[in-house]
Unconditional design. Structure first.
Length: 120
């Protein structure tokens, strides 16, 4: 028969399930790469009036992403950068999420054990 503390811990672990770190990193990397690629391609297909630059606001990404420009090649370069940055942010977010939930579950288990000890 299972111990009451083991049952409580199993319930808490199920309630605060972990996020798959690799899955979130791949998902955020893919979405961010796709979004920057589509934004660049959308501006290229839309075009600009004669004498004006295509996508001057999106071109400001070139400050932070060397090699990026509002061009077909720039769309691919930007997608690569966005995929790497999004993947890294997804990895960090998932690790921090899992860490905070683990610490919260540990705090609940310790607090519950302390209250049970005091009640006896």
């Amino acid at each position: 028969m299972r111990n009451k503390a083991d049952t409580d811990k199993a319930i808490l672990m199920a309630a605060f399930a972990k996020i798959d770190v690799i899955a979130l990193a791949v998902a955020l990397g893919s979405i961010s790469a796709l979004m920057l690629f589509l934004a660049t391609v959308g501006l290229l297909l839309k075009g600009a009036p004669p004498g004006t630059e295509v996508g001057p606001h999106l071109a400001l990404f070139s400050i932070y992403l060397p090699g990026y420009s509002v061009s077909w090649f720039g769309a691919v370069v930007g997608a690569l950068y966005a995929g790497i940055i999004g993947g890294f942010l997804g990895f960090v977010l998932a690790v921090l999420w899992n860490l905070t939930h683990y610490l919260y579950v540990v705090a609940i288990v310790v607090r519950t054990a302390w209250w049970r000890m005091m009640a006896e």
